[in-house]
Design a protein around this ligand. Structure first.
Ligand code: NAD
Length: 435
């Protein structure tokens, strides 16, 4: 990113797509191959796809947009987002602009500690405590054995960090002992290293406990690998149209309190957060199912499903927000370095560590949460959404090229964003009489 332009790019959304790419090239300093991969010319090929999954027959495209205005830990970032839903990229960009007025996002991430689980069966309830102690007594031997599996991670300063043992005396399959291997996966998401390590350890755990190790698999509740972001928006920056700054701020806090108190609302509130999170996770070819699973399990960690974010009134009446959630993402491994567009997206953000990527992702999640709460607490979600939705309806009705915008505008003007009306308009255009 060149210092002169940063991530502000005013008017980016109004430019034709090719000019947006040209501006992106100037602002990011990306090489031609990366720009081509981002600009749609050189994404994943069918041949590459064939090496990635079974029975591959093709590749599937999705829109890739750039969220502007992000300032994360004083660093300007242009954020790539892959998503089919309208309004998300615009919402993130606009809220990042508001957050900038309070200094941008302050984000941090834990060490990249993942949890590998082993399920020990074949013990009676009375034997659990003894087996637990035996494992803890031989902790260093077990951790040293785990460190043998991935010399690369070991050399980079990662590897086994801890052992936890939890007896579950009463389950539907009888007593079991659950062993957690805590493993530092450095810049990888780490599923493979962790799964290999727990499979490798199973015979040793069986020897020590006298039980039978059944499942050996990573946990997606990556609660040792949390990332968090905070922002503070000056109250005057929240005012718009007939809505005063304090009114918007208090409305946002009331909306958040609803999610905090009610799981039906919390599910939708957190879905809005994931609109931002998943879009960046997908742009970097990380495992969004893993992130989703971790997010929702973490949201329910206190026994009731709650909001992943918090909003409150801060100094000088500013609106302050915070998002904390598990963020097991990598910048090496999986598809992150295989998918050309994902590689280019990582280059665009200039991230050098997985933790930096995690910090950007939670910041985007927080921005997205703010976008949804602000709309819901003021004019309602449909007004901003409809213009963008209308374009999709126009395309679904068969509109092409410039007529997409024309028909979308007409649908909004008539307050009739419906497929049947769009089809009428497409037919009318085809016969030369736009009604
Ligand atoms: P990976 O095994 O492809 O790559 C990680 C490896 O890269 C490390 O083990 C290490 O040997 C090497 N490496 C090189 N430089 C490194 C660095 N700087 N930091 C860390 N490691 C470095 O990838 P992965 O991250 O182990 O696996 C991710 C994939 O596993 C995802 O695609 C995910 O879909 C899949 N997966 C997920 C689950 C789950 O979430 N439950 C289960 C199984 C598989």
């Amino acid at each position: 990113m060149t210092e002169s332009e940063g991530s502000r790019l005013p008017g980016f959304y109004n430019l034709p797509r090719q000019e947006r790419l040209a501006q992106l090239a100037r602002a990011s300093g990306l090489d031609a191959a990366s720009l081509a991969a981002i600009g749609g010319g050189a994404g994943l090929t069918a041949e590459q796809a064939d090496h990635m999954i079974e029975n591959a027959v093709g590749v599937y495209g999705l829109p890739l947009g750039i969220a502007v205005n992000f300032l994360v830990n004083d660093r300007e970032v242009l954020v790539p987002m892959v998503i089919e839903e309208p309004s998300v990229v615009a919402g993130a960009s606009f809220m990042a602009k508001l957050a900038r007025e309070g200094g941008g996002f302050r984000a941090g991430a834990d060490e990249p500690l993942m949890i590998g689980q082993m399920q020990v069966l074949g013990l009676t309830a009375d034997q659990l405590a003894g087996a637990q102690q035996a494992l803890l007594d031989r902790r260093s031997e077990i951790l040293a054995a785990a460190d043998e599996v991935d010399p690369v991670i070991q050399k980079l300063g990662g590897g086994a960090r801890g052992l936890e043992v939890r007896p579950l005396p009463k389950t539907d399959a009888g007593p079991m002992l659950i062993v957690h291997l805590i493993y530092d996966t450095r810049d990888a998401m780490g599923a493979n290293a962790v799964n290999t390590a727990v499979e490798w350890l199973a015979p040793l755990v069986e020897e020590i406990t006298g039980g039978r190790v059944h499942l050996r698999i990573l946990s997606n509740l990556a609660d040792r690998r949390l990332a968090r972001s905070e922002c503070s928006v000056p109250v005057e920056a929240l005012a718009f149209e007939e809505f005063g700054g304090e009114q918007v701020r208090d409305g946002i806090i009331e909306a958040w309190a609803f999610a905090e108190a009610d799981p039906y609302r919390a599910a939708t509130h957190n879905k809005g957060i994931m609109n931002g999170v998943d879009a960046v996770v997908m742009a970097t070819a990380n495992d969004w199912r893993a992130i989703e699973a971790g997010a929702h399990a973490y949201a329910a960690r206190q026994g009731r499903y709650r909001s992943l974010s918090q909003w409150w009134v801060g100094e000088a009446g500013a609106l302050c927000g915070r998002l904390e959630m598990p963020m097991a993402v990598g910048i090496v491994g999986g598809a992150t370095r295989v998918h050309p567009t994902a590689r280019a997206c990582l280059a665009l953000m200039g991230v050098e560590r997985a933790a930096e990527l995690a910090e950007i992702i939670v910041s985007v999640g927080l921005a997205q949460n703010l976008a949804a709460l602000r709309a819901l607490a003021t004019e309602g979600i449909q007004r901003g959404h409809m213009g963008l939705h209308a374009r999709q309806v126009a395309i679904a009705a068969g509109a092409e090229g410039e007529s997409v915008e024309r028909i979308a505008r007409q649908l909004v003007a008539e307050s009739a964003v419906r497929l049947d009306r769009a089809e009428q308009l497409v037919r009318a255009e085809a016969s030369g009489e736009m009604s």
